[in-house]
Design a protein around this ligand. Structure first.
Ligand code: TGC
Ligand code: FAD
Length: 389
């Protein structure tokens, strides 16, 4: 019965409209039938097939909350629910869609010229092209304002030099949004990845987000026409505003990893017998299951509230920080607790909990570490920015 599922207990579905329920169940079915059978294999081999982009495009997931240019133009709530269902499969799947839609496409949609939009957005929406977003550098992650990648004017052109680190989809991408320091402050550039001087290499031996490509980008005298600059992006606020979009998706996404682990664990405890009774019948087990269900439900209510604020156009960055901080932190606690209930079986890829836990270590760090989000909330409350000494 629905009440025996963690989110069914609070009847969370009753808070969704028909369209949102349809989108969530379509994505859930797609994940369960098309992707889930391969996830353990992708995680083990540390890869993600490039063809997935077209599959995501076919069902309208890429840039789905953007309008025009082949994008679906859904509500933020629908986008969040899609992220939740994708991350119930694996954080790598949600990462792919987040980076393509919320970072690569959003940066062009929000800050690009009409020509840039026409050239890239329809192909990115269909998955015929893959995009990435290069903000982080080897020495500047939490503090992107210190970036060393430089764009210099040479005649009418721009020449970019520097490197970017930990870039999702970097070595799959056809186009990169690259953020660089100029004499006039931070600017963004649309860089086709076949431009001479651009190279990307995949980072190997990861223990987390294995079903996702993470790369280093090197820009060595990359010469671009003036038309490659994102004309509406002025200053660090531009890339940071793209992050709000992706962080919003993570508020929902992390709950998908938690729900998936909890559902698998609930089922396991009903069938696993210990000391002659189902594991589910012990009080200590029920305490764990109940606490996890309460946190998952609270996270979901928070996510739905933030979706309402986003859809009404009034959401503020510190509100997104509350959601990203809480929901990733609690999801990580939930998946680790699930792992304990699964016993030794929990350390294998037969069950999702430890895979999700390993993935959520990245999710806790990227898109602003939990410490950055604590400090953003602290700044909003006190008026003091404590990021710097
Ligand atoms: P600060 O002086 O506070 O701000 C500079 C300008 O930016 C504005 N701003 C924002 N605007 C929109 N949205 C936000 N969230 C914003 N945060 C700040 C701010 O108002 C200011 O505007 P102006 O007009 O006054 O100049 O900048 P700061 O250098 O002190 O840094 C602040 C801090 C630490 C919060 C910021 O640097 C930060 O968020 N750091 C974390 C970096 C981060 O999250 N990187 C993520 C990289 S992308 C990624 O991880 C993708 S993984 C995706 C996946 O695979 O799913
Ligand atoms: P650091 O900034 O060096 O932080 C190290 C520790 O110091 C953290 O605990 C941090 O919270 C803490 N710290 C830092 N500053 C302070 C402070 N002022 N006060 C207290 N504590 C502080 N970036 C992109 O641009 N594009 C991508 O597509 C992308 N994809 C990624 C994919 C993966 C799998 C991962 C792991 C990362 C990705 N990133 C991407 C990079 C990510 O955004 C950064 O890793 C993140 O912003 C943190 O930066 P850092 O790793 O350099 O850590």
């Amino acid at each position: 019965a629905a009440t025996r599922t963690p989110l069914g207990l609070l009847d969370i579905d009753s808070l969704l409209g028909e369209e949102e329920r349809d989108i969530a169940s379509t994505v859930r079915r797609f994940v369960d039938t098309t992707l889930r059978p391969h996830i353990a294999e992708w995680f083990e081999s540390g890869s993600l097939p490039r063809d997935l982009a077209r599959e995501f495009g076919r069902i309208g997931l890429l840039g789905m909350h953007l309008d025009g240019y082949g994008c679906a133009g859904t509500t933020a709530l629908s986008y969040g629910l899609a992220c939740l269902e994708l991350e119930a499969g694996d954080s790598g799947l949600r990462s792919f869609v987040s980076v393509q839609g919320s970072l690569s496409m959003f940066s062009i949609h929000r800050f690009g010229s009409e020509e840039q939009k026409q050239e890239w957005l329809p192909r990115l929406a269909s998955g015929d092209a893959i995009g990435c977003f290069g903000l982080t550098e080897p020495d500047f992650g939490s503090n992107p304002g210190g970036m060393r990648t430089r764009a210099k004017r040479v005649g009418d052109d721009w020449v970019l030099d520097g490197s970017k680190m930990w870039i999702t989809n970097g070595s799959l991408a056809d186009v990169a949004t690259v953020w660089a320091q100029t004499d006039e402050g931070v600017r963004g550039f649309v860089v086709p990845t076949d431009t001479p001087g651009f190279s990307a290499s995949a980072i190997s031996r990861k223990l987390s987000l294995r079903a996702s490509v993470t790369s280093e980008l090197v820009l060595d005298g990359v010469r671009l026409p003036a038309s490659a600059e994102l004309p509406e992006a002025r200053g660090l606020g531009a890339p940071l505003s793209c992050l709000n979009e992706a962080r919003f998706g993570i508020v929902f996404g992390a709950l998908g990893a938690a729900r998936d682990s909890l559902e698998a664990t609930l089922e396991y405890t009903e069938h696993r017998e210990v000391f002659d009774r189902p594991l589910a019948a012990f009080q200590l087990t029920q305490e764990k299951l109940a606490n996890m269900t309460v946190e998952l439900g609270k996270g979901m209510l928070l996510a739905l509230h933030l979706a309402g604020l986003k859809d009404s156009g009034s959401i503020r960055p510190e509100q997104i920080s509350v959601g990203k901080l809480n929901n990733v932190r609690e999801a990580l606690r939930i998946v680790r607790e699930c792992r304990t209930l699964l016993g030794a079986s929990g350390i294998t890829l037969e069950y999702p909990a430890l895979r999700h836990a390993n993935n959520l270590e990245s999710v806790l760090t990227y898109e602003g570490t939990s410490e950055m989000h604590l400090l953003s909330i602290g700044k909003a409350l006190t008026g003091h920015a404590a990021f710097r000494a």
